[in-house]
Design a protein around this ligand. Structure first.
Ligand SMILES: [Zn+2]
Length: 96
């Protein structure tokens, strides 16, 4: 059996920092429940829970939970199949 090579999870720091440092209201998300694709700014956000709860405007299922403590935060995106985040183009101008 051959073992596939892998990198330490620390290498994700740079790529994830690029994504997580953007304005998420500009991101597009897909609801894991009904499949609707739309702007995260279109979520219905309920702030009277232990944290923020973002629900799909089409089916009302939870797509996002954000809980903030004084020294840490928890972001639960299991209700979203993906987030599409606009990032600056990379590579040679001919490939953009
Ligand atoms: Zn939905």
């Amino acid at each position: 059996m051959t073992e596939m090579s892998y990198l330490d999870g620390n290498m994700l720091d740079g790529p994830l920092r690029e994504l997580l440092a953007v304005d998420l209201s500009a991101a597009t998300g897909r609801c894991a429940s009904c499949g609707m694709v739309g702007p995260m700014a279109g979520l219905r956000v309920y702030a009277h829970a232990p944290g923020l709860v973002g629900r799909c405007p089409a089916c009302a299922e939870v797509m996002l939970r954000l809980v903030r403590a004084p020294d840490r935060a928890w972001l639960d995106l299991r209700g979203a199949t993906y987030l599409q985040v606009p990032v600056p183009p990379t590579g040679p101008p001919s490939l953009r």
